[in-house]
Design a protein around this ligand. Sequence first.
Ligand SMILES: NC(=O)c1ccc[n+]([C@@H]2O[C@H](COP(=O)([O-])OP(=O)(O)OC[C@H]3O[C@@H](n4cnc5c(N)ncnc54)[C@H](OP(=O)(O)O)[C@@H]3O)[C@@H](O)[C@H]2O)c1
Length: 264
Amino acid sequence: MPTDQFSVDGCNAIVTGASQGIGRTIAERLAADGANVAICSRSQDRVDPVAEGIREEGGTALAVECNVREPDEVEAFVEATVEEFGGVDLLVNNAGGEFVAPFEDISENGWKAIVDLNLHGTFHCTQATGEYMREGDGGCIINLSSVNGQHAAPHESHYSASKAAIIRLTETLSVEWAPYGIRVNCVAPGLIQTPGVAETLGIQEEQMPPRETVDRRIGHTEDIADVVQFLASDAAAFMTGETVTVKGVPRAGNSFDVDLGLDG
Ligand SMILES: NC(=O)c1ccc[n+]([C@@H]2O[C@H](COP(=O)([O-])OP(=O)(O)OC[C@H]3O[C@@H](n4cnc5c(N)ncnc54)[C@H](OP(=O)(O)O)[C@@H]3O)[C@@H](O)[C@H]2O)c1
């Protein structure tokens, strides 16, 4: 069976939030398969080693300090990418984050910070990159939502609302930009072991069950990179507007096991 259609070789890709976690693994995976990868995070010092690691493995990487909440920084990041690679075919809107709190304890600033990072960050990067894709040969956009954007997520209302909005944005843009040859899809991970999640939950690597099983509480970053590579490749040429859930068989309840005090 031919497998060339799963390749991203030669693709010019942007991956946001790639200094660690899911974004880092996605960037490393795309580069290992031959994509030119532009990566960003809020800190040049944190994103440089990732690019250096990719180059040491023979890949091509550009590292730029860019806060996706700032439209001017995003504009400059995308321009630098186009200048370096000659264009951009793939955008992975990965940068995101949250904190855990009951709705009544979330301040206006806290609410806005999470929506600004997850939703407006996606807006800024998609606006800046889409311009080049529409003027060129089209492209592919992959947004990171979450299972917590698909159902109730107690103590994550700001996160859940922003990630649900990303799913609707994906669907709407897939229709609006179909005439330009731009596919827009979304990945909704369940709980994935990353530095961000480890910090929130205190989960260590050794607490993770083996990757061969699907009935595990927590997944690996490679589980998401596999699906992103597929969506980015020609193998997904007839897929757009979709949200692919990647969650194995999680334990019942919410992902952070928040005690809602409902047991008595
Ligand atoms: N891990 C999970 O269980 C899970 C589940 C569902 C969905 N997701 C989604 O998957 C994505 C990645 O999650 P993760 O767990 O890998 O996160 P993580 O370990 O916390 O890493 C987040 C990455 O985003 C960067 N970042 C944060 N704020 C940024 C900003 N304003 N501008 C640019 N970069 C920024 C961070 O870099 P710096 O700190 O260096 O800026 C870091 O590289 C997020 O969108 C998350 O919501 C994760």
